[in-house]
Design a protein around this ligand. Structure first.
Ligand code: HBI
Ligand code: FE
Length: 281
C-alpha cells in the first residue's frame, strides 16, 4: 500500500464521514466499520478494460520474481477477465483460511483497519485507479488491494500472521506504538522479500502490484537487502512515494510467523529509546 503522504489527515476527514467527498472514495455510505457495498454494475467498460490491462501487465512480470505461493493463489483466483466480485472471492477464501474480504471506500482509520484484520476480514478498496494513475496511485486502490494482498491470504501461515498483526495493531494503538508496528507491516506485508528454495523472490503487496519495483527490488544494486530482524525493521524509516532503499528478507513464512508471534511490548519499550534508522542506512 502506498499510504497517502499524511494518513493522519485522511483519517481526520474519514472520521468525519459527513464531508467524505473530500476523499477519493464514497465514505458517506459506509457503515460503522467503514464497509460499503461493492456495486458491480457501477464499473464502466473502460474500468473493466483497465483492470484487464493492469492484470495482464503485472501477471507477465511475476514468473521468476513473485514467490510461488503468490503465483499459485493468484492463478487459482482466475481474476484476469473482469473486476472481481469480492463476495464471490470471499466464499473461496473462507474455505481456505477463514478470511473474508470487506469492501471499503479507501483508507480507513487504523483502529477500524486493525479490528478487521484481527477478525480475519481484509479491507479491499472498491474503486479502481484512473487512467492517468496507471503506473502509480497514491492511495491503495482495488488493483493494489486485490492483486497485491488477496492471494497470500490463501496461505495458512501468512493468513495467521495477518490476523496476529491485526491483534498486535490494536495493542500497539493502545500503547502509542503504532509507528513501530506500521514499519513491520511496511517491510513485510507491503515490501517483503523471501529467499527460499527458488531463490530471491517478492511477497510484499506493494511490490507485487507495482510494474517498476518488482524488478528493482530483486536486481537493482542500489537498495540494501537485509536479513529480516524485527527490531531493525521496526527502527527503519520508510519512504511512501519512492522505491524502497532497504528490503528485509525472510527465509520462509514460518520464520515470519515465528519471529512475530511474541509479545511486542518489551520490544517497544526497548526501541523507544533507540534512534530510528534512515531508509537507506
Ligand atoms: N486502510 N483500507 C485501508 N488499507 C490499508 O492498508 C490501511 C488502512 N488504514 C490504516 C493502514 N493501512 C495503516 O495505518 C496500517 O497499515 C499501519
Ligand atoms: Fe497495501
Amino acid at each position: 500500500m502506498k499510504a497517502a503522504p499524511d494518513t493522519a489527515a485522511f483519517f481526520a476527514v474519514v472520521a468525519d464521514k459527513s464531508d467524505g467527498t473530500a476523499l477519493r472514495g464514497n465514505y458517506g455510505s459506509a457503515d460503522a466499520q467503514y464497509v460499503v457495498r461493492q456495486d458491480m454494475a457501477a464499473y464502466t467498460p473502460a474500468e473493466q478494460a483497465r483492470w484487464r490491462r493492469l492484470y495482464q501487465r503485472q501477471a507477465g512480470l511475476l514468473p521468476g520474481r513473485a514467490c510461488r505461493e503468490f503465483i499459485a493463489a493468484l492463478t487459482a483466483l482466475q481474476a484476469e477477465a473482469a473486476i472481481p466480485d469480492l463476495a464471490r472471492t470471499s466464499l473461496a477464501l473462507r474455505r481456505a483460511t477463514g478470511w473474508s474480504l470487506v469492501a471499503v471506500p479507501g483508507l480507513i482509520p487504523d483502529e477500524v483497519f486493525f479490528t478487521h484484520l484481527a477478525n480475519r476480514r481484509f479491507p479491499v478498496t472498491v474503486w479502481l485507479r484512473a487512467e492517468s494513475e496507471f503506473d502509480y496511485v497514491v492511495e491503495p486502490d482495488l488493483f493494489h488491494d486485490y492483486f497485491g494482498h488477496v492471494p497470500l491470504l490463501f496461505n495458512p501461515l501468512f493468513a495467521e500472521h495477518m490476523q496476529q498483526y491485526g491483534k498486535g495493531g490494536l495493542r500497539a494503538l493502545g500503547g502509542g506504538h503504532l509507528a513501530l508496528l506500521a514499519r513491520l507491516y511496511w517491510y513485510t506485508v507491503e515490501f517483503g522479500l523471501i529467499d527460499g528454495a527458488d531463490g530471491l523472490r517478492a511477497y510484499g503487496a506493494g511490490i507485487l502490484s507495482s510494474a517498476g519495483e518488482i524488478d528493482y527490488c530483486l536486481h537493482d544494486r542500489a537498495p540494501l537487502r537485509l536479513p529480516f530482524s524485527l527490531a531493525r525493521c521496526m527502527r527503519t524509516l520508510y519512504k511512501i512515494d519512492a522505491y524502497q532503499e532497504t528490503y528485509f528478507v525472510i527465509r520462509s513464512f514460518q520464520q515470519l510467523f515465528d519471529e512475530t508471534a511474541c509479545d511486542f511490548m518489551p520490544i517497544y519499550a526497548q526501541l523507544q529509546n533507540e534512534p530510528t534508522i534512515a531508509a537507506g542506512a
